[in-house]
Ligand binder design. Structure first.
Ligand code: HEC
Ligand code: HEC
Ligand code: HEC
Ligand code: HEC
Length: 335
């Protein structure tokens, strides 16, 4: 005979088991007209991604002498009070070099010195972050970005790209030139699509290959584009979907991919994102090449490390899960 106590425990365990097994249903959100199958699917059973975003430091006093007057070599953050400046240096350390500390960028014997390349790169990074927040609000909105958005506590952001170069694919002018096709690459979801869509679309400020196929193929009256061009577009689109962890329907009504009027507003945001990435690469990241040591440069062409959508998005539609990245550090947004 089981005692009453044992029975109660047994019953409770069963109840607990059932509760634990009762799994929330998959969530679908309608994002377009009825009947167009425009839905976003989210799985609440997956664990929440751990962001590890460090809590904001307590605010610092804005009064007293300016950092630019007290220190010797402050070229960008000179208007901050000394307390605000120190607070920002502490935050930057937590965002970029939590293990190495201040000395990742500083010669401890002389904080004003620019001997350490990471300090010179960081100064430009501060300007780039300010530029994104001040001039690309069409894309980053009010939430903006800070160093952690890309670096996530690491010296080098997890998602960067280098040019694959001719050397990666054989010689362009000989038989066997694959142009990056059939070379399973994580950037295009291990499909056979051309993998170096980065160099094609994200390098030049205007892009050297057209993403828009329909206009050029049909409206212009001359068949200027080939199926191969379409494969480049699809490679890029696969890359974007992965970078944001979304499906094509997040930005398109798939009955008419090219039609902007039928596309959700996210597509317009993505279009601004494309222009922003080109701007960051052309005006900030590529010109930093002379500052880096050789081991930071690309394996094929010795080019500087560059950004794409995943550098900030890291697999989610809103970087940092939609957290406000600038209100606590207004000097990174010219506020
Ligand atoms: C990721 C790089 C980085 C880290 C880490 C870093 N700094 Fe800095 N630091 C800079 C840059 C860049 C400047 C120059 C800013 C400017 O030109 O506006 C600077 C300037 C300074 C200066 C001014 C020196 C002078 O006389 O010109 C001081 C003081 C300073 N940092 C202290 C610190 C302290 C303390 C820490 C650690 C808590 C730290 N920094 C961590 C990049 C860094
Ligand atoms: C848009 C994304 C992005 C943002 C925002 C950003 N960085 Fe970077 N950062 C990069 C990329 C890309 C590189 C090149 C990676 C490499 O060095 O291999 C880089 C490189 C660096 C490096 C050189 C690291 C090394 O070991 O070579 C430092 C230091 C750095 N960033 C500091 C900062 C600081 C400080 C901020 C904030 C003020 C910041 N970054 C904001 C993308 C970003
Ligand atoms: C994050 C938003 C986003 C996602 C996700 C996305 N696209 Fe796009 N797509 C765009 C934007 C923006 C353009 C136009 C690019 C430009 O501004 O020139 C575009 C252009 C295209 C075009 C060219 C349309 C034309 O004008 O001829 C095709 C085809 C396309 N996408 C297919 C896809 C496919 C297939 C997927 C899924 C694998 C996908 N897209 C995922 C935003 C997105
Ligand atoms: C410098 C960092 C950064 C880069 C690089 C970046 N994004 Fe974003 N993106 C953001 C931020 C920040 C937001 C605003 C999220 C919010 O409102 O919280 C955003 C928002 C978006 C949204 C709208 C999300 C929504 O649901 O409203 C889309 C779509 C998007 N990005 C696509 C892209 C694409 C495509 C690329 C590459 C071509 C790209 N992004 C590159 C930082 C970035």
């Amino acid at each position: 005979m089981l005692s009453t106590k044992t029975k109660v425990i047994a019953l409770c365990s069963v109840a607990v088991l059932f509760t634990a097994c009762e799994r929330p249903p998959i969530e679908t959100t309608q994002t377009g007209f009825r009947g167009t199958a425009m839905v976003d699917v989210a799985n609440p059973r997956l664990p929440e991604p751990e962001l590890g975003y460090p809590a904001a430091l307590p605010p610092a006093g804005a009064g007293g002498p300016r950092a630019g007057d007290v220190y010797q070599n402050v070229q960008v953050l000179g208007d901050l009070s000394v307390a605000e400046f120190t607070r920002l240096m502490t935050a930057i350390t937590a965002w970029v070099s939590p293990e190495q500390g201040c000395n990742y960028c500083h010669n401890p014997a002389d904080l004003a010195s620019d001997d350490v390349y990471t300090k010179v790169v960081s100064r430009r990074m501060i300007q780039m972050t300010q530029h994104i927040n001040e001039n690309w609000s069409d894309h980053v909105g009010e939430n903006g970005v800070n160093c952690y958005t890309c670096h996530a506590g690491q010296n080098v952001p997890e998602y960067i790209w280098f040019s694959a170069g001719d050397s990666a694919f054989g010689n362009k002018h000989f038989v066997g030139w694959r142009d990056g096709q059939n070379m399973p690459d994580v950037g295009v979801g291990y499909t056979s699509l051309p993998s170096d869509t980065y160099t094609m679309f994200l390098k030049d400020p205007v892009g050297n290959q057209s993403i828009r196929l329909e206009d050029e193929m049909f409206s212009s009256g001359e068949l200027g584009l080939s199926i191969k061009d379409a494969e480049y577009t699809f490679g890029l689109m696969t890359n974007w979907s992965q970078a944001l962890g979304v499906n094509c329907t997040y930005c398109h009504n798939t009955r008419d991919f090219s039609n902007w009027e039928q596309s959700p507003p996210t597509r317009t945001t993505a279009h601004h994102g494309l222009n922003m990435v080109r701007d960051l690469n052309a005006n900030y990241l590529i010109p930093l090449k002379p500052e880096y040591p050789d081991n930071r440069l690309g394996p094929h062409e010795g080019d500087a490390p560059k950004a794409y959508c995943a550098t900030c998005h890291q697999g989610v539609n809103k970087p940092l899960g939609g957290a406000d990245a600038v209100s606590d550090y207004p000097s990174l947004a010219g506020r």
